[in-house]
Design a protein around this ligand. Structure first.
Ligand code: DQA
Length: 147
């Protein structure tokens, strides 16, 4: 079972970007850890990051075509990108799982972060647990698939 962990803008700066909010681990750490968590859960996990909206939209299209489930941290696109929402909607509409993930808890931060345009089409959301948010999302996918 294939799962893609897709990450949006500024997440390539993890480890140096506002570490008091996003922690000290890097995207390279997530690539390594994600593969390891996947091994433990029986999932084949790939990790990608882009600052570019159209690239992220394209990866969601590819996930649908490849029948891959998705863990998506849309970063700032969460709050305003209807193009991303429409691409993500195709994943769940195709019967695949899509878990929205955030390192921080957007609900406890600035008001512009309180609304997610993606949440309404996601299978579910995990937020506020730092890197562990990604592991929890993978675990939720593995559990749901075994139901
Ligand atoms: C984020 C939260 C977003 O509000 C923010 O724009 C990000 C990261 C998170 O993982 O906590 O870039 O998605």
């Amino acid at each position: 079972t294939q799962v893609l962990i897709l990450n949006g803008p500024n997440l390539g700066r993890l480890g140096v970007r506002e570490p008091e909010i996003y922690g000290h681990a890097s995207m390279a750490d997530l690539e390594r850890e994600g593969a390891r968590w996947g091994d433990d859960l029986g999932l084949s996990v790939g990790v990608c990051q882009t600052d570019d909206e159209s690239t992220l939209v394209g990866w969601l299209h590819e996930a649908v075509d490849a029948r891959a489930h998705v863990v998506l941290n849309p970063a700032a696109f969460t709050h305003y990108s209807y193009a991303l929402r429409d691409a993500a909607a195709q994943v769940t509409s195709a019967g695949l799982l899509l878990v929205e993930v955030h390192l921080s808890n957007p609900a406890s931060r600035e008001s512009f972060r309180h609304y997610s345009v993606v949440a309404g089409i996601a299978t579910g959301t995990v937020a506020g647990f730092g890197f562990d948010s990604y592991r929890l999302a993978l675990s939720a996918i593995a559990t749901k698939l075994s139901d």
